[in-house]
Design a protein around this ligand. Structure first.
Ligand code: FEO
Length: 423
């Protein structure tokens, strides 16, 4: 029987597999993360003898996913649904999909069964796969490997033999909406920016687990010819697959780089002037610097820079004896993401009590940021001597960072700072 025309079409990505996900052009916020380019929720349909749906989409996109499925098959022909990750952007319409499709089996990791029970009461309907086990999905072998905490405890990946596809759920994903489905449709700068931002704001706290997964993959004997994540483009060329794996290894290791990030906010521009001079001192030591004012820069953009930096320097005015509220917001967010291998320092302007800088320093220490300079604090307004102290603070942090990178600090204009002459 001829299928009825559908407003959304599936996209064939390999001999047996179609992309049947949804494009969320308008998403601008995800877990406190600014997603300027929107995102995709990728679901995949495997046309094996037992037709298999890998993941679903966020609940409002159910109709779009079902239309794409219906553009190639009768959805009632789906025999298996595999839920690689129970978070609602991939399982939000799983209950409706199960009700509409009535598949023979719904599969998830053992923890996924529990999570889908907690979220939707689906526990009785979902079977646990055997971690590491293979399943014949009807002429094609599929293996399931748990990847706990990449991104949730329930997370697993599925490898489809034959077509050589790793369905990697959140891993290797990025928030990048587009009509193009493959990484080779995009320029590398865009991919790098979005992959870094996604990792820094979603995956970073779980880097140890990601490292274990990267170590394990070569031992599994998989012939990966495509990496199909649950967000953003699919990697299908050997160059792109090698590139994203190399980037992930770099993200996991967080190798110390000669780059510094100065994050500040300001009330009457005194801390702002100090921030700019701290940056001068860092640059004088040969360190690449990026300065971010929290009034106008989103915390998630700053975190991308922090992940790539070796130093984090914080500046805040004192407000009612506390750090400025935007600093508190940023630190709460950054602490949870657990960036590693950083050095840092604090500075700022206060009126009558400088105690908030102990709080800022304690927050950095709680993030295992090693403080390598005394704080520079100015009363009411930064005077010339305060600015010279800021220059020295930047130089001190920059020199320490250069040493950590095994490099000699730069010489030249920074030497003038030793003479105490304002520039
Ligand atoms: Fe894309 Fe952890 O959900």
């Amino acid at each position: 029987m001829a299928r009825s025309p559908q407003p959304f079409q599936a996209r064939k990505i390999s001999e047996h597999v179609y992309w049947v996900g949804a494009v969320d052009w308008d998403l601008k916020e995800f877990h406190g993360y600014l997603t300027q380019r929107g995102t995709t929720y990728n679901a995949y349909l495997v046309l094996a003898d037992k037709i298999t749906l890998i993941d679903t989409v966020k609940k409002p996109y159910y109709d779009e996913m079902m239309a794409r499925i219906a553009s190639v098959i009768d959805p009632a022909d789906i025999a298996l649904i595999v839920s690689n990750h129970a978070e609602a952007d991939h399982s939000g319409c799983l209950p409706e999909t199960i009700a509409a499709v009535r598949p023979e089996r719904v599969l998830a990791s053992p923890k996924g069964v529990q999570t889908l029970q907690d979220l939707f009461g689906l526990g009785d309907r979902v079977e646990a796969v055997t971690p590491g086990g293979w399943l014949d999905v009807g002429g094609l072998p599929m293996q399931f490997v748990e990847t706990r905490m990449v991104h949730w405890p329930d997370s697993m990946v599925s490898y489809l033999g034959g077509d050589g596809i790793l369905f990697s759920q959140d891993a290797f994903g990025m928030h990048l909406a587009g009509s193009e489905r493959f990484a080779d449709d995009y320029d590398r700068a865009t991919l790098l920016h979005e992959a870094e931002k996604y990792y820094a704001n979603i995956v970073l706290p779980y880097s140890a687990q990601v490292g274990k997964v990267l170590d394990a993959v070569p031992t599994l004997g998989w012939d990966i010819r495509m990496i199909a994540p649950d967000h953003g483009p699919i990697f299908r060329t050997p160059a792109d697959i090698g590139w994203i794996l190399t980037q992930y290894r770099r993200f996991v290791e967080q190798t110390v780089t000669p780059r510094a990030v100065v994050v500040y906010d300001t009330m009457w521009h005194s801390t702002e002037r100090m921030a700019k001079v701290v940056a001068e001192g860092l640059a004088a030591a040969g360190v690449g610097v990026r300065v971010f004012c929290l009034n106008g820069t989103h915390r998630s953009d700053i975190m991308t820079a922090v992940m790539n930096a070796g130093a984090l320097v914080l500046g805040s005015p004192t407000l009612n004896g506390q750090p400025y509220p935007t600093l508190a917001d940023f630190l709460t967010y950054a602490k949870g993401l657990k960036p590693r291998h950083k050095i840092g320092a604090v500075f700022g302007s206060y009126g009558w009590t400088p105690k908030c800088y102990d709080e800022l320093a304690a927050s950095l220490k709680a993030m295992e940021v090693e403080l390598v300079s005394e704080p520079v604090l100015s009363r009411y307004s930064a005077k010339p001597e305060d600015l010279m102290a800021c220059l020295n603070l930047g130089r001190t942090v920059g020199k320490a960072l250069q040493q950590r990178c095994g490099r000699e600090p730069a010489h030249g204009r920074d030497d003038r700072a030793n003479q105490g002459k304002p520039q």
